[in-house]
Design a protein around this ligand. Sequence first.
Ligand code: FES
Length: 86
Amino acid sequence: MTTIEGLPGTVGRDLHPMQQAWLDRDVAQCGYCQPGQIMAAVALVGKVRREGRSITEADLDGIRNICRCGTYTRIREAITQGERHM
Ligand code: FES
């Protein structure tokens, strides 16, 4: 099992591309939901890649992780950016 702490190790860098996208898009507010959001995003990219395609708006709509701070727009932008660099 990979945790948010181990995610950079999966790519051999200081930050995983999805984590870098989160920073670039300044996604987090309180931060409470963010590890789960990032892990869900990485899992989603892996799923669509196994299906031989890219993330769609419908895929983003299907993410069910709750963010009480309402950062959903930035989350979607970060996932799109992160996917491009994975
Ligand atoms: S950033 Fe606060 S709950 Fe998502």
